[in-house]
Design a protein around this ligand. Sequence first.
Ligand SMILES: [Cu+2]
Length: 284
Amino acid sequence: MSQADNQLERVQRSGLSLGLLIWSFMIVGVISILYARDRWWFLPLASQHGAEIDRMFDIILVLTGAMFILVHALLGYFVIQYRSRGAASKAHYFPHNVVLELTYTILPGLAMLGLSVAGILLWSNIHRPPGPDAFVVEVRAEQFGWSARYPGADGVLGRTDNDVAEPYNVDRKDPASRDDVVNSEIRVVVNRPVRTLLRTRDVIHEFYVPAFRTKRYMLSGVSNETYFTPTRTGTYDIACGFVCGVGHYAMRGQIQVVTQAEFDTWVKQQKTLADAAAPRGAAR
Ligand SMILES: [Cu+2]
């Protein structure tokens, strides 16, 4: 065997291994995505709107996954099929192809446009405030923990004002604040739309409940809101989604989804702001 033959064989073999490597990369990618989808990426769903988010996610995953498979299958195929055949073979060259270029521009463009419109509609749907019968709770974050304020018997949260020098700027002179309940436990009612007012005492935090597919910033000096309808009773993790300081890692909280009766019984047993103010030296 001549030296040239030897070299050609080496090049052909390396072309074959590169093609196979690309295919195995594709197979490992697809398998790991299918494996991770329910185990690592998504906790079991516990809110109404979350189903739409998961569906949107899956549509995008299928579209991009199909492209991923198509591109890598073809890439591997071309690398193997058209590996060097010696000095005599020459690649076919063409400067451009209008039909091909329009196809690979317009088709992904349309897909992107469709996904964007679907995403905007879904976003506005999720962020539409619920009706007046919604369960109202103020979720509070501070370095480094969570708490909540409930409206109490009058169903109205006392007003907040950034000029009021009280924790979370709650105006205690507002009569509506007297029966408000402030508690370290965050509880909401199952199958009832929840209107969550998000407040931070210090820096920016983020209210993130993976099981609800809910994530929203809590901005200093601003009352942000987010809405969801829990569909299952139980206890779910809250994470702070924004790096907020050295104790950020410790901002793992819990949100309890209970029945209306359970909540009513519980909230009556808790101290109101007026109760808490009565004894001397009591905080809040
Ligand atoms: Cu935080």
